[in-house]
Design a binder for this molecule. Structure first.
Ligand SMILES: [Zn+2]
Ligand SMILES: [Zn+2]
Length: 361
């Protein structure tokens, strides 16, 4: 397809430009997507402020950000067309982490460990634009009943789902979730959908804890704000109190805070499992009380990206088991994408997840 499109391109830290560019040309194995909505990820915010390098060869822009998005098929490359899987106008989302399928990790199906990935929105141009292209192997058709704004955040939901899969919840178990950002609130709903008995959410701010209660949390604990009615100085003691005198069997981290990971070791009991899903810094270290963990036979796992969960994610959303309308708190236009990113960092207003509505029609 030829023609012009509007984009909001990241140039360098603290600088984006809203401008007109050529619509991307697609290859035989690619699909052109007319973007409907694009989520603002925490990683977009740290890229914008220059706190983390991009995945481009030199780690720098210019690059169109946006790796969480939904849209409709606008044009099909030859291979994608011959396959017969897609038609123009189909509602789709993209798995932005496009693995190579040929390296040893990919041979084993460990797609999140592929070292030859091409990532839309962090390595190649993403979806803070009217059009974006992706490999047909990573374009997924979704039910039309899912709203585009919700579909746009199926990528973080996919990551949250993979993490909850790794938590291996058994029906009735008590789960402690740390963090009430978009991922923590998604995990709250997921843990209930997976059959957790009690879900206890721990965080620093009452606004997010209120959201967690709306999303199905049984109890919330504020571990920081002494003026909160949910405040508890000793989280482990409070968990015991809420859990019939026992520590929790599962804990999951939707925050990068090392203190929370340290705390998760304290709130979990014998034969428990802890999953860490957070944005750790390069110098973060964990201190593990080895003898206690050994005798309790605890399991600590890490969770990275979202391999092999996408079909489950669309079914969880389509069935209503996960309600993403509870997660999105702010919407921005494509023209205001930069304003939106700055808002997510700088505004004191309570917020969870911002979405750029690229095409409201
Ligand atoms: Zn993201
Ligand atoms: Zn690979």
């Amino acid at each position: 397809m030829t023609g012009k499109m509007k984009v909001n391109r990241f140039i360098e830290p603290l600088k984006m430009v809203y401008q007109e560019e050529d619509i991307p040309q697609i290859g035989a194995n690619e699909v052109l997507i007319k973007v409907k909505a694009t989520g603002i990820c925490g990683s977009d915010v740290v890229y914008y402020y220059g706190e983390t390098p991009l995945d481009t060869p030199d780690g720098k822009g210019p690059l169109i950000l946006g790796h969480e998005f939904s849209g409709v098929v606008a044009e099909l490359g030859e291979m994608a067309k011959n396959l017969g899987l897609f038609e123009i106008g189909d509602h789709v989302v993209v798995n932005p982490v496009q693995q190579c399928n040929a390296c040893p990790a990919c041979m084993r199906g460990e797609f999140n460990a592929c070292s030859h990935v091409e990532v839309v929105g962090t390595m190649v141009d993403g979806a803070m634009a009217e059009y974006v292209k992706a490999k047909y192997t990573h374009v997924y058709k979704i039910p039309e009943s899912i709203a585009f704004a919700h579909a746009a955040i199926s990528e973080p939901l996919a990551c949250a789902t993979h993490a909850v899969d790794r938590l291996d919840i058994q029906p009735g178990q008590t789960v402690v979730i740390y963090g009430v950002g978009g991922i923590g609130l998604m995990m709250t709903q997921l843990c209930k959908a997976y059959g957790a008995g009690k879900v206890i959410v721990v965080a620093r701010k009452d606004f997010g804890l209120g959201k967690a209660l709306e999303g199905g949390a049984d109890y919330v604990i504020n571990n920081t704000d002494t003026s909160s009615s949910y405040y508890a100085e000793n989280v482990a003691a409070r968990v015991k109190e809420l859990n019939g005198g026992e520590l929790a069997q599962r804990a999951i981290l939707a925050t990068g805070a090392m203190q929370a990971l340290q705390d998760a070791i304290n709130v979990t009991g014998a034969c428990s499992t802890i999953v860490y899903f957070g944005q750790a810094g390069p110098d973060d270290l964990l201190q593990v009380p080895v003898l206690d963990c050994l005798k309790a036979e605890k399991t600590l796992k890490f969770s990275w990206l979202a391999p092999l969960v996408w079909d489950k994610v669309f079914k969880l959303v389509d069935s209503g088991q996960v309600d993403l309308s509870k997660i999105i708190t702010h919407e921005f236009s494509l023209e205001d994408a930069e304003k939106g990113i700055r808002f997510m960092r700088e505004s004191a207003e309570p917020k969870v997840k911002g979405v750029i509505i690229v095409d409201p029609d």
